[in-house]
Ligand binder design. Structure first.
Ligand SMILES: Cc1ncc(COP(=O)(O)O)c(C=O)c1O
Length: 396
């Protein structure tokens, strides 16, 4: 089979006894991550403070280059930060939110952290336009494009929406934003590692994401991409000594920003998280997102077909170019069904307003998809029988 990536399964210990359909939430840990964490401990133990100049200080950039390979960013344009929210904050802190160009355009279905940050900017004078969705699953692209005009400073959108896994048309958004002089900040968290992204080809100005999900890098390692042409003119207010041109000079007074991507740094980097995260990036980079996407499209199509056959309602997009790596099934009592599956070591998750989210990743087997759908059908069986007997209200 051309998409046979199952040889990677032995690299992920949890797969031995768990049907892992939840990589949109927390990707499985690569075996090599524990080797890397041991390396971190050994370096700390034996090299002590010398470790900073033997690689630790540069890690936000060197590890960022591993992400760059996955998202089409040139070396030296990606900086690791502790999470995606911090990465968005660093960019938002670069702008003046007063005057005629003080609007930020986003979508109501953006990740809550980002929306909280945008609304916080209202205190500084920003006007926030949250483009609505009619069905809670997709945002009509024309509606989004129409909201972008000459008052727009920044368009901040998700490439793939976390709740529905709908893919948004970043190319169209960048084209419209740039045509009116606005910049684009894209949240790649739900795309990078499962849906191909090429930030350079797309021309996005900034991109953010993290490692917890499709990149199998674990918590504590977010990333920020900044287009090289944007870098030198920006002065983030969210800053710190790691962003200084000469941090070890410990200068007082206003910051003299670094010219390179460290300009967007703040305090000391989260070194253990970077050690933990590298293995996932290496594996995803080695396989290549094109191969991961091809397998994901085939397996999510299988999941959709099995769910259709069982009469389970699918609320995420169905078309190949419109769906990300996750399928969302709006079954009754999704939270309880998710727990019933967990008791059988089948891991999915549930999001209010959407339903059960299930996602194969490159290490998933076709039979695991079938097992997941079968288990959902089985969990719903008593309920369906009760419904048939007209006793639905008694069953809740
Ligand atoms: C699209 C998206 N953005 C952001 C986040 C969260 O980012 P962080 O916790 O790294 O700030 C998530 C998931 O947790 C997400 O799905």
């Amino acid at each position: 089979m051309t998409d046979d990536l199952t040889r990677w399964r032995r690299e992920f210990p949890i797969l031995a006894d768990t049907t892992y359909m939840v990589s949109h939430s927390l990707g499985a840990m690569p075996r090599r991550a524990s080797v890397r964490l041991a390396e971190y401990a050994e370096t700390w133990a034996t090299r002590g403070v010398r470790a900073w100049e033997e690689g630790w200080w540069e890690m936000p950039r060197t590890v960022g280059d591993l992400i760059g390979r996955i998202i089409g960013a040139a070396p030296g344009t990606v900086l690791m930060l502790p999470n995606q929210s911090t990465a968005q904050s660093a960019i938002l802190s670069c702008f003046d939110w007063t005057g005629p160009r003080a609007t930020i355009v986003t979508e109501r279905l953006n990740f809550p952290s980002n929306l909280y940050l945008f609304h916080g900017l209202e205190r500084l004078g920003a006007r926030v336009i949250t483009v609505p969705s009619d069905d809670g699953m997709i945002v009509p692209i024309d509606r989004l494009l129409t909201a972008i005009d000459a008052t727009t400073r920044l368009v901040s959108v998700s490439h793939v929406l976390f709740r529905s896994s709908a893919v948004q048309d970043l190319a169209a958004i960048v084209a419209r934003a740039h045509a009116v002089g606005a910049l684009v900040l894209a949240d790649l968290y739900q795309s990078a590692g499962t849906v191909p992204v090429d930030v350079a080809a797309l021309g996005v100005d900034f991109a953010t994401g993290g490692s917890v999900k499709w990149l199998c890098g674990g918590p504590g390692a977010g990333y920020l991409y900044v287009h090289p042409d944007r870098r030198r003119t920006l002065a983030p207010r969210l800053t710190g000594w790691a962003a200084h041109r000469a941090p070890f000079a410990f200068d007082d007074g206003p910051i003299d920003y670094a010219d390179d991507v460290f300009r967007f740094a703040n305090g000391s980097p989260a070194i253990p998280a970077l050690y933990a995260a590298m293995s996932g990036y290496e594996i995803v980079g080695e396989i290549g997102v094109a191969a991961i996407r091809a397998r994901s499209l085939r397996q999510t199509a299988r999941l959709i077909a099995r769910a259709d056959a069982a009469g389970l309602p699918i609320v995420s997009p169905r078309a190949d170019d419109a769906r990300g790596g996750t399928v969302v099934l709006d079954v009754p009592d999704g939270a309880a069904v998710t727990q019933m599956l967990a008791r059988q070591a089948i891991l999915v998750d549930y999001r209010p307003g959407a339903g059960i989210r299930a996602a194969p990743h490159f290490y998933s087997l076709d039979e695991e998809i079938d097992r997941t759908v079968d288990a959902i059908v089985e969990a719903l069986a008593p309920r369906s029988a009760a419904t048939r007997a007209g006793a639905w209200s008694a069953g809740g």
